[in-house]
Design a protein around this ligand. Structure first.
Ligand SMILES: Cc1cc2nc3c(=O)[nH]c(=O)nc-3n(C[C@H](O)[C@H](O)[C@H](O)COP(=O)(O)OP(=O)(O)OC[C@H]3O[C@@H](n4cnc5c(N)ncnc54)[C@H](O)[C@@H]3O)c2cc1C
Length: 376
């Protein structure tokens, strides 16, 4: 494992400034519902505006509507968005992983069909991996795609599919043969395909982002197969590097933290030691995410490094939440007039999920130890 220290270049810093200025105009404080990092509100209009700025699908090739920029440029943009708790929920997954996934593994037709809509913020994608009996042991997925005339017939159930209710597409990891790892294939499925029922599951904070997907004889043409038959597991593993190593894994509470720090700075004495400790950890994660983005730009798949970031950074997010709650002075109220207090109340409810979604910490530790052993 190697995470090489790196800094932003002058051009990358200039991009940061440009994004800040645009967000000051587009999202003045109080004009939007504050969100917890990548769990920000679903706002298709904001996603389209961001797309029009060229800040979605940044690293996608320009011939397919992208901007031929780097993973580091994307990091610069999303860092600014997450720091403000911006409404990124609609386009987040398409931008983070399925745009790059389709660019890497898709056919010419798929690139022409899906990438422009991803880059413009029109398309919203969900991840269809987990099933009622397959979470950590993802290789046990049972939802089956059976080859039929002209395409595939799908039967089974996916669960915990975040954002599926408002998504335009779902990328599903499906079983196409009995071989445990080589028997899985990815498919790009339109959310409104006949036979696919999307049912929201209410989350602890009252939101209905979580969904269960029921597939009953769903027909999908072969042109929706993403990559070779049997390549789903390895494609999925590559995507997990994008899913786990980004700034989204340590910035869920950044808008809250920023507000708290500004308040503390005005109080003599304050909690300087605690703030200093958190800042040091946040800065280390920032450096690690930046190093991972540079590796992605160099054409590498930093799976172990990304797992390490997620394992450590999601615990950091939980620690920040605990500390802010302890220092808030009372139990944060979900019905408070203060939007930051409401957000902290939500954070208390959903923080346990941060070390589960995208792979639990126990599983990540196993990925890290295997990766370290392989490279020892
Ligand atoms: C907020 C949130 C959003 C999510 N969004 C999505 C999504 O969009 N798409 C999607 O496909 N999935 C999504 N998930 C599902 C998520 O990926 C799974 O919940 C996760 O992988 C764990 O699987 P499981 O829930 O089946 O738990 P299990 O796999 O049953 O695990 C239960 C417990 O056993 C432990 N455990 C299991 N196996 C081992 C082992 N070998 N060694 C040590 N400990 C082990 C786990 O760490 C965990 O603590 C989401 C989950 C959450 C909480």
């Amino acid at each position: 494992m190697r995470l090489t220290a790196t800094e932003l270049s002058p051009a990358e810093r200039a991009l940061k400034q440009e994004v800040r200025e645009w967000l000051d105009e587009r999202l003045p404080e109080g004009s939007y519902p504050l969100g917890l990092g990548m769990g920000g509100a679903v706002d298709p209009e904001f996603s389209r505006d961001l797309g029009a700025q060229g800040w979605i699908g940044m690293s996608l090739p320009s011939e397919y509507g992208g901007h031929g920029r780097t993973a580091v440029d994307r990091l610069v943009v999303v860092e600014e968005l997450l720091a403000r708790g911006a409404p990124v929920g609609y386009h987040w997954i398409a931008d983070r992983q399925f745009g790059p996934g389709i660019a890497a593994n898709g056919t010419e037709w798929q690139k022409e069909t899906f990438l422009p809509g991803i880059a413009s913020g029109e398309y919203s994608f969900s991840i269809g991996m987990s099933e009622p009996d397959s979470g950590s042991d993802l290789a046990s997925v049972r939802t089956r795609a059976e080859q039929v005339d002209g395409g595939w017939r799908i039967n089974g159930t996916k669960i915990w599919t975040t954002g599926a209710y408002t998504a335009t597409h779902i990328v599903a990891l499906l079983r196409t043969s009995e071989d445990r790892h080589r028997g899985m294939t990815q498919f790009i499925i339109d959310r409104h395909t006949p036979g696919l029922t999307v049912s929201p599951i209410e989350f602890i904070d009252g939101t209905k982002d979580f969904c269960e997907l029921s597939f009953v004889d769903v027909f999908v043409p072969d042109d929706r197969r993403l990559g070779e038959v049997g390549a789903g597991w390895s494609q999925n593993t590559g995507e997990l590097a994008l899913e786990r190593g980004g700034v989204d894994r340590w910035m869920s509470v950044m808008a809250l933290l920023d507000r708290w720090v500004r308040q503390e700075a005005q109080r003599p004495g304050g909690h300087a030691a605690e703030l200093g400790a958190l800042t040091a950890r946040a800065w280390a994660f920032r450096g690690m995410s930046l190093a991972v983005a540079r590796m992605v730009d160099a054409g590498q798949y930093p799976v172990t490094e990304a797992a390490l970031i997620k394992e450590m950074a999601t615990r950091f997010e939980q620690d920040c939440t605990d500390l802010m709650v302890r220092r808030w002075g009372r139990t944060p109220r979900p019905d408070s007039d203060d939007p930051y207090e409401r957000l902290l109340a939500t954070a208390v409810q959903v923080a346990p999920a941060w070390t589960i979604r995208g792979g639990t910490n126990e599983i990540l530790r196993s990925v890290i130890s295997k990766g370290l052993r392989k490279n020892a």
